[in-house]
Write a protein that binds this ligand. Structure first.
Ligand SMILES: *[C@@H]1O[C@H](CO)[C@@H](O)[C@H](O)[C@H]1NC(C)=O
Ligand SMILES: *[C@@H]1O[C@H](CO)[C@@H](O)[C@H](O)[C@H]1NC(C)=O
Ligand SMILES: *[C@@H]1O[C@H](CO)[C@@H](O)[C@H](O)[C@H]1NC(C)=O
Ligand SMILES: *[C@@H]1O[C@H](CO)[C@@H](O)[C@H](O)[C@H]1NC(C)=O
Ligand SMILES: *[C@@H]1O[C@H](CO)[C@@H](O)[C@H](O)[C@H]1NC(C)=O
Ligand SMILES: *[C@@H]1O[C@H](CO)[C@@H](O)[C@H](O)[C@H]1NC(C)=O
Ligand SMILES: *[C@@H]1O[C@H](CO)[C@@H](O)[C@H](O)[C@H]1NC(C)=O
Length: 479
């Protein structure tokens, strides 16, 4: 099995298939060269498509791509049946199947709707990535060691030419997209869809925009309705993955203080003083006490406890920065608890309780490292393999300068120090040009991982100026 792609929608499904068969799991579905849909999770259909393991050498056999579909409604009020939209959530290496499962219904409900544009968030002035508490090297070393273990195990278990390891690059996935489109075109749904079924309809987020751009560069005449949201600069992705990724992270954190202030004490228990900056200062007072580097140099016995607490706080703050609607409401309590923990010397229990909400900050919580590293490190032509922490210092420095929590964003690239499996095919460009259909590029003013500055460059200079881009604001009135 290659790593799961994703797939949503949107096919007319014969009621008999959906109602009379038992639910299937992916393990129970046999890979097939034609798209055969089986009922799986309620409301969804699953298939496993056989594709060549290697598009360079078909004699190496087959792999299979698991697909999850959220079907179009029959006689949809939105108009005639359009066809299939494929999803990729980025990561890289995040599960598209999971994405389709969690977001498929939502995405289906908004396709065709207009985009909301919210209001502007003025950053809290002074919140910058300098002069703040930093984690010790132990954090980096732990991820490097973890990456080496994953890399070694993957090399032993799936590094051979007939294994998955060499076939996880984005170039191979782009060719899988063609296989999926081809298979779909042969189905009754493919034949009746309003959009030409030989074209890719695709919604790619974050690193999924790299896949979208690789596809569009490799197969420009097969680009259908493509939305790339949270756009990465392909050259930057290939050379220094993390370099300009978190330049707006602090503004997202600042948004929390702005909205906590606006919400008032009744809705935000952490509200204090009379300006957002007052709330920030309250936060800063706790934050600055978590200084493991100082504790280490002073030989304090609480150095490890402080490192754990600082890491927990930083990693936890990534979640509200990336999903403010979901996480802003729980941050006030987390910060109040941190204050009590500092007072009562109970930081370890605070870190445990907070880790239980946001995930523990260590490698144990690293989801699907094999998929992620297999894609990212091979796309980068294994350039970080066998390098050391010292070789990464300038990148880590850049991350620290961009955000007060920037360094915890280094996890992915740290893992690449241990990924030695080489991909059979990588696509390193050239990127851009004119596609069959213009691409819609979308970005948020404050995006914690893919800065808005890339949007205009990528959209309309790298790609054709006939493309369209939209800038949206993440934070709406409702917060
Ligand atoms: C394809 O793979 C087979 C089996 O490993 C190998 O014998 C053959 O030389 C390969 N062909 C090409 C063109 O690389
Ligand atoms: C869909 O529309 C057709 C034609 O109007 C009708 O015959 C059919 O019953 C409708 N199907 C559903 C599920 O509403
Ligand atoms: C946070 O607090 C420290 C002192 O503990 C201070 O030096 C620093 O300037 C504060 N940060 C901001 C952005 O105000
Ligand atoms: C990262 O790569 C981009 C594109 O190749 C380059 O313009 C930029 O200078 C690099 N930044 C760093 C910090 O290496
Ligand atoms: C850590 O230990 C030092 C030295 O005992 C102490 O001064 C400091 O307040 C402690 N910090 C926290 C956050 O408990
Ligand atoms: C910690 O101290 C605060 C007062 O500073 C107190 O209200 C709270 O109950 C204490 N929490 C625990 C868990 O002991
Ligand atoms: C990586 O390092 C190991 C151990 O130092 C060495 O055996 C191996 O040849 C190196 N691989 C590459 C590709 O440099």
């Amino acid at each position: 099995m290659k790593f799961p792609l994703f797939l949503v929608f949107s096919a007319f499904i014969a009621a008999t298939t959906a109602n009379t068969s038992p639910p299937y799991t992916f393990q129970q579905i046999k890979p097939s060269k034609t798209l055969k849909w089986h009922p799986c999770n309620p409301g969804f259909l699953c298939a496993k498509l056989s594709v060549p393991l290697s598009y360079q050498n078909h004699s190496l056999g087959l792999a299979s791509v698991p697909l999850l579909k959220y079907p179009a409604t029959t006689n949809s009020s939105s108009g005639p049946y359009q066809g299939m939209l494929l999803l990729n959530p980025g990561g890289p290496g995040a599960s598209g199947v999971e994405e389709a499962f969690t977001s498929g219904p939502l995405i289906q409900s908004i396709i065709g709707s207009n985009w909301d544009v919210g209001k502007d968030v003025n950053p809290v002035t002074g919140l910058k990535g300098r002069g703040v508490a930093r984690v010790t090297d132990e954090f980096y070393e732990e991820f490097i060691e973890f990456g080496r273990e994953v890399g070694k195990e993957c090399e032993e278990r799936s590094g051979g030419v007939r294994d998955a390891g060499p076939h996880m690059s984005t170039a191979t996935v782009a060719r899988d997209l063609i296989s999926i489109i081809d298979a779909f075109a042969l189905t009754p749904d493919g034949k009746r869809s309003a959009k030409p079924s030989n074209l890719l309809n695709y919604y790619g987020i974050s690193d999924g925009t790299f896949l979208g751009q690789a596809f569009a560069s490799m197969f420009p005449s097969q680009v259908g309705n493509v939305i790339l949201d949270g756009v990465v600069d392909p050259a930057g992705y290939l050379t220094n993955f993390t370099s300009a990724s978190v330049s707006h992270l602090d503004e997202l954190l600042a948004a929390f203080f702005v909205y906590c202030h606006e919400a008032g004490s009744s809705k935000c228990a952490y509200n204090t003083g009379s300006t957002p900056k007052d709330i920030f200062n309250r936060f800063n007072a706790s934050f600055m006490q978590l200084d493991p580097r100082k504790a280490e140099s002073e030989g304090w016995s609480n150095a490890t406890e402080l490192q754990d607490a600082l890491l927990t706080l930083k990693v936890s703050l990534l979640s509200p920065a990336h999903s403010p609607f979901e996480y802003f409401p729980i941050i006030p309590q987390v910060l109040l608890d941190l204050e009590s923990a500092l007072q009562n010397q109970t930081l370890s229990s605070w870190a445990l309780a907070t880790g239980a909400i946001f995930g523990s900050p260590g490698p144990a919580n690293y989801k699907s490292p094999d998929w992620r590293l297999g894609t990212l490190c091979s796309d980068q032509n294994n350039k970080w393999y066998n390098k050391t922490l010292e070789d990464l210092r300038h990148q880590l420095k850049a991350l620290k300068e961009q955000s007060i929590i920037g360094e915890v964003w280094s996890m992915a690239v740290l893992g690449c120090l241990g990924w030695g499996v080489k991909a059979e095919e990588i696509f390193e460009g050239p990127f851009g040009g004119v596609t069959e259909t213009p691409i819609l590029f979308v970005g948020n003013t404050y995006d914690g991982a893919t800065p808005i500055e890339k949007l205009v460059f990528v959209c309309c200079l790298l790609w054709s100026e006939t493309n369209i881009y939209l800038e949206c604001d993440i934070v709406s009135e409702e917060l």
